[in-house]
Design a protein around this ligand. Structure first.
Ligand code: UDP
Length: 458
């Protein structure tokens, strides 16, 4: 007999998630975790000791956090560079993650539905397979960057390594099938040899036994790359369910956010401030910072600038900057070490974003209708910058050596000229499309529903 209101709630099935330990990967993964929690799953997040993200109270009651006892010293990332670090991390974690997962399977009273791993934590696939758990890849880059990586092997085999490597003329050529990307926009990294990059790409796009791929994008942004990946490359379901920061918010900052910049923004006029941030990994030399500062001063625009500790090679922070630097920035600028970026971008005073074009920053800027100046640093950022400028037409890419004249012109084009105003209108329209896509009936919303149904049936 069943007594109404007294029936036992069905146990939540558990999803195990494995983030790559960098800010730009932890944030979207935690947003995904929160989304799945709200859909009725229990959540276990398995982290490395390296760059361990300390969960706030908002997570601790509802989420389980487990640490892989890997022993990579903090200095490894800096000393090895991101690519060699990635190899080492995957090697180090393979066995210990298997042990962790085995224990989780034994301990869990509610059944584990699947393991979702960041594409760069590919060691997780083998452990999931061994524990007979379905596994799913989570890509935190754009689907276009993912698609580029997936054909890299073929391009490489067809002898296109020359344009990827050197000669300027060839680098400007368009890559067949990837309009409007040029060879120089391909997501190669400045941190390693082409051969090492190839190895990373083979590993990250190899679906192995994965049953599906989740991508933090929306089809209104990248429909042709999505079809290419779905129909020609992967042949397993691909779920574009983003932008996840518009689906579920999750406090995930590894650095302390300086909120005083919001008070400063409150005193500025609508669309009068350009926000400058190069994300969590990119570096900028002192001379480049000086050129940007001079260009900004000459443009007469107000600016909020994030200069992250350790982002100027050879300096702790800005203590090594020449004296003129403070003079140039004091008048119209505000500098912080780390900002509450989403709040900044949603502030009415912010009219433009000078960015390295990391995928999260790109999505956050489009999500608030803010056009961008694009100064990609490495990897997939070049793909995003090209899309911002030539596909969505809401960005101005600054290429080549940075000089104050170039900076001044780019800032004025975005913040003062009619051209910038047109970009702001297009960015606003894209923002509306993104909002619609995550609402009931929208493409990302539908995709998420399909994905949730899919993992319930696993
Ligand atoms: N971010 C932030 N405050 C800052 C600078 C960056 O909160 O002062 C966040 C930003 O909102 C984004 C992430 O850091 O979510 C950076 O990710 P992205 O993919 O843009 O670049 P990455 O750091 O991976 O190069």
């Amino acid at each position: 007999m069943q007594v109404l209101g007294m029936e036992e709630k069905p146990a939540r099935r558990r999803v195990v998630l494995v983030p790559f330990p960098a800010q730009g990967h932890i944030s979207p993964l935690m947003q995904l975790a929160k989304t799945l929690y709200l859909k009725g799953f229990s959540i276990t997040v398995v982290q490395t000791k390296f760059n361990y993200f300390s969960p706030s109270d908002k997570f601790t009651h509802d989420f389980q956090f487990v640490t892989i006892p890997e022993s990579l010293p903090e200095s490894d990332f800096k000393n090895l560079g991101p690519i060699q670090f990635l190899f080492k991390l995957n090697k180090e974690c393979k066995v210990s993650f298997k042990d962790c997962l085995g224990q989780l399977v034994l301990q869990q009273s509610n059944e584990i539905s699947c393991v979702i791993y960041d594409e760069f934590m590919y060691f997780a696939e083998a452990a999931a397979k061994e524990c007979k758990l379905p596994n799913i890849i989570f890509s935190t880059t754009s689907v276009t960057a993912f698609a580029c990586r997936s054909v890299f092997d073929k391009l490489y085999a067809n002898n296109v390594q020359a344009p990827l490597k050197e000669t300027k003329g060839q680098q400007e050529e368009l890559v067949p099938e990837f309009y409007p990307l040029r060879y120089k926009d391909f997501p190669v990294s400045r941190f390693a040899s082409l051969e090492s990059i190839m190895e990373v790409y083979r590993n990250t796009v190899d679906k192995r036994t994965a049953s599906s791929v989740i991508i933090n994008t929306a089809s209104c942004l990248e429909s042709s790359s999505l079809s290419f990946l779905q129909q020609q490359q992967l042949q397993i379901p691909v779920y574009p369910i983003g932008p996840l920061h518009m689906v579920a918010s999750a406090p995930t900052s590894l650095l302390e956010e300086n909120k005083s910049c919001i008070e400063w923004l409150n005193k500025q006029k609508v669309n009068s401030v350009i926000y400058i941030s190069m994300g969590s990994i990119a570096l900028m030399e002192i001379n480049e910072i000086m050129e940007v500062a001079s260009g900004l001063a000459a443009s007469n625009q107000h600016f909020l600038w994030v200069i992250r500790p350790g982002s100027i090679p050879g300096s702790e922070w800005i203590e090594s900057m020449p004296e003129e630097f403070s003079k140039m920035v004091l008048d119209r600028g505000y500098i912080v070490k780390w900002a509450p970026q989403k709040e900044v971008l949603s502030h009415p005073a912010v009219g433009g974003f000078w960015s390295h074009c990391g995928w999260n920053s790109t999505l956050e800027s489009i999500g608030e209708g803010v056009p961008m100046i694009c100064r990609p640093f490495s990897g997939d950022q070049k793909v995003n910058a090209r899309y911002l400028e030539c596909v969505w037409k809401i960005g101005i890419q600054v290429e080549g050596d940075l000089d104050r004249g170039v900076v001044e012109r780019a800032v004025k084009r975005l913040m003062v000229d009619e051209e910038g105003e047109e970009m702001r209108k297009r960015a606003f329209s894209l923002k509306e499309q993104l909002r619609a896509s995550v609402k009931s009936g929208g493409s990302s919303h539908n995709s998420l529903e399909e994905f949730v149904h899919f993992i319930r049936t696993l």
